[in-house]
Design a protein around this ligand. Structure first.
Ligand code: DC
Length: 220
């Protein structure tokens, strides 16, 4: 059977990561989390004191990077588990600027394609449009902004209303960046299946996508 590739694109906080991981496990496929890769590149460059506008230094640093996933799908940089370091709010804020650099996008795109040679579930913003335009199934995971804010606050254990408002602002800013990256923008493609998760549990969203994937496998 031909290895199946599923792309799951959607805004920050739509539950792409968790959904993609669980769908992948159920189908026996790898999960490629592109956000983790961008986060890892941003953290590495930041730690090397290379800012997002230092294009020449970025081009010199990229070939020396060693970024991979371990068996638990956690990010390894130079063989060290940096999963929690890439997910801090500081790193989340800095990754935007780095993710606009075209050399970084090309580098992360190639990393993803390499990880998908035997099929997989890929989540991101430009997964269906740029990284895997020939994917067998393309999902656009949508979700209401207030629900995404609530989920993100819960994930970080935040209950203070002012801090929650700050998180909402950060998500709105991230959406604006994600939707204005030219050809890399987050977009609904004509062939995308839209799954709105605002009123769905994680189990329900996993079931819905698994079902769609089953139909594709049967059709293939
Ligand atoms: O999905 P996430 O929140 O882990 O993504 C982290 C950052 O990386 C976010 O600023 C958007 C960026 N990103 C991107 O530009 N392209 C992707 N395919 C995935 C993430």
């Amino acid at each position: 059977m031909k290895p199946i590739v599923i792309t799951i694109d959607g805004p920050s906080g739509s539950g792409k990561g968790t959904t993609a991981l669980r769908v992948a496990r159920r189908l026996g496929l790898v999960h490629v989390d592109s956000g983790s890769l961008y986060r890892a590149v941003a953290l590495t460059l930041h730690e090397q004191n290379i800012s997002p506008d230092e294009s020449v230094k970025i081009s010199q640093a990229l070939p020396n990077m060693d970024i991979s996933f371990n068996a638990n799908n956690e990010i390894m940089i130079d063989g060290v588990n940096r999963e929690s370091d890439i997910r801090t709010r500081e790193n989340s804020k800095r990754v935007f600027a780095y993710s606009r650099d075209l050399q970084i996008r090309a580098y992360v795109t190639e990393l993803q394609r390499g990880l998908l040679v035997n099929g997989g579930v890929l989540d991101g913003r430009d997964a269906g449009s740029v990284v895997a335009p020939d994917a067998d199934l393309k999902i656009y995971l949508d979700c209401d902004i207030d629900i995404r804010t609530y989920r993100r606050a819960k994930q970080h254990g935040i209950t203070e209303p002012l801090e929650i408002a700050e998180i909402k602002k950060e998500i709105q800013e991230r959406d604006a960046v994600d939707m204005n990256k030219g050809k890399f923008s987050l977009q609904v493609l004509p062939e995308s299946v839209i799954v709105d998760t605002s009123d769905m549990t994680i189990d329900e969203q996993v079931d819905a996508i698994y079902q769609l994937a089953q139909e594709k496998t049967i059709d293939a």
